[in-house]
Each structure stands twice: as structure tokens, then as C-alpha cells.
Design a protein around this ligand. Structure first.
Ligand code: BTN
Length: 279
């Protein structure tokens, strides 16, 4: 027998939220096309920093590289409007704030062995549990007007029921990891609090501290990876993520390449060290 996934309670999302800047205004909807699209629309109308859009399901959830993001009931799908006065090269690094907040929340609340994968994924034992879609709008060439940080977290999702064949083995959820459902509203409040703390330290202290902490969970570093974009495919050793947030790749021919997050995705490859293991 499959039990019904409990509906999100709009009141409980805000109740006890201990933040100063984020989540003062939380807009909740059972079903929306995409919380990022909704937030973008509100940002253009002048919504203030910290406004959050959240939905129980998304009909056209979006991932990076134009991918579709499956968003059934039970997941945590929300977007935050930020208005940092940052150069575009800094604003793009807010994706690391988003994924670090997720890592810290999942570790603190459920003690899950979460890892970061460049540029925007949160993983558990090689399976994706969360993706961040950060989209910046630049009012003029020198500063960001708003940045939408969208978080898609497979919380109470039954991966076997929801995902198609080959994705089943590459995706996980909190429910599947813990063997029980968690309280979505509690996770949301913890996540928003973490986001605020990390965002403020990003604004006050710069991105270096955030990136260094993010790298502590980056188990892909030191491994052989494949980086794919529309135009090329690179293979090499992931040796670092530099201060600009770019992946530093040592190619098999001995040269070094910096890859910026733009239109690329990263996966693991088999090399001598990893052959025969499921990476
Ligand atoms: C990725 O890994 O490709 C990023 C996925 C981001 C999905 C979230 S769900 C909430 C927000 N609304 C969207 O349409 N996308 C983001």
C-alpha cells in the first residue's frame, strides 16, 4: 500500500522561520509552471530581496542546460529572489551558496553523507539528490539587478516510482536514503536559514570562504571526469575549483584547462584508478 504524500502547509513554512532578510514574504502555490519563472516575474515587478516562491508541484520545472526538472509532490521546489550589488563574475558564484546551504542542512538535520559536484549538484554516494538553478539578470553591464536561486531537492520522493529506468540509478531522495518521510516545512526553514547565513557571509567576506567550505565536500576533486558541452567533450583529472568558480582540469596530454560553468556538465569516467568500480 502506498501512503499519500502529505500536502505542504503554507502556515508552517513561515512559522518559526528565524531569518532577517530571506523569507519575509513567502508565496506558496500548489501547482505552478516553475518557481524560478514565477520569481523572475515578481522580481521584474519589483519584489523585494528575500521573496520566496514555493510550489508543491511544478508542471515545467527547469534544470540547467535547458533540461526538464521532474517535480512531483513530495519534493522541495522553491526559488529565492536576491538583489546583491555584485559584478556578474561574482553573482554567478551564488550557486555555491545554494549548494552549500543544502549540504549543511542535510548534514545537520539528518546526518546524510552529502557531497558537492561541480557546478551545481548535491550528491549522495554518486547519486543526485538536489540541483540548483541560479539565474542572474543584469540591469547594466557592471552589476546584477536580481539573482534567482532555485532549489530542487528530492525530499519525500519515491525515486523508483517517479523516475524512468536509467535515471532511477542516478538519482536519490531523502526518503529513500532514510527509509522514512521527513517534515518538508522543517527542512525548508532550516534551508532558508542556512541560505541567509551563507549569503550574508558571501556579501560581507567575499566568495573565497564559501568556495573553500564548498570544496571540503567536493569528493570529485582528484578524480578522472568527463566535462561535456554542446561543442566539445574534455576528459581529465579534476584538480581544483579556482577562485572564479571554474573547474581546473588536467588533461590526459598534460595540459591544464579552466572550464567555466556555463553550458557544461560533469560526469565520471573510468581510468586506471577507478576501473572495475562503479563511479
Ligand atoms: C539542475 O540540476 O539542473 C538544476 C535544477 C533546479 C530545479 C529547481 S526546482 C525549483 C526551481 N524552479 C525551477 O524551474 N527550477 C529550479
Amino acid at each position: 500500500m502506498t501512503r499519500q504524500v502529505r500536502s505542504l502547509s503554507a502556515d508552517k513554512l513561515q512559522e518559526g522561520l528565524q531569518t532577517k532578510r530571506l523569507g519575509k514574504s513567502i508565496l506558496f502555490c500548489r501547482k505552478v509552471n516553475s518557481t524560478n519563472e514565477w520569481a523572475k516575474h515578481l522580481a521584474k515587478l519589483g519584489a523585494s530581496e528575500g521573496t520566496i516562491t514555493i510550489a508543491e508541484t511544478q508542471t515545467s520545472g527547469r534544470g540547467r542546460l535547458g533540461r526538464k526538472w521532474l517535480s512531483p509532490k513530495g519534493g522541495l521546489w522553491f526559488s529565492v529572489i536576491l538583489r546583491p550589488r555584485l559584478k556578474p563574475s561574482e553573482a554567478v558564484k551564488l550557486v555555491f551558496v545554494g549548494s552549500l546551504a543544502v549540504v549543511e542542512a542535510l548534514r545537520d538535520l539528518y546526518d546524510l553523507p552529502v557531497e558537492t559536484r561541480w557546478p551545481n549538484d548535491v550528491m549522495i554516494r554518486g547519486r543526485k539528490i538536489c540541483g540548483i538553478l541560479s539565474e542572474a539578470n543584469l540591469s547594466n553591464s557592471s552589476e546584477s539587478d536580481y539573482v534567482i536561486v532555485g532549489i530542487g531537492l528530492n525530499a519525500n520522493v519515491n525515486v523508483k516510482e517517479v523516475f524512468l529506468k536509467e535515471l532511477k540509478t542516478r538519482v536519490t531522495s531523502i526518503r529513500d536514503e532514510l527509509g522514512r518521510r521527513i517534515e518538508l516545512e522543517e527542512l525548508f526553514r532550516c534551508l532558508v536559514k542556512k541560505l541567509e547565513t551563507l549569503y550574508l557571509s558571501f556579501l560581507n567576506g567575499g566568495s573565497a570562504m564559501i568556495l573553500n567550505t564548498w570544496k571540503r565536500y567536493a569528493t570529485f576533486l582528484g578524480k578522472h571526469v568527463k566535462v561535456s558541452s554542446l561543442s566539445e567533450e574534455l576528459m581529465g583529472l579534476a584538480s581544483d575549483v579556482d577562485e572564479e568558480g571554474a573547474l581546473v582540469l588536467k588533461l590526459d596530454d598534460g595540459s591544464t584547462r579552466r572550464v567555466t560553468a556555463g553550458n557544461v556538465s560533469l560526469s565520471f569516467t573510468l581510468n586506471r584508478a577507478t576501473k572495475g568500480r562503479n563511479v
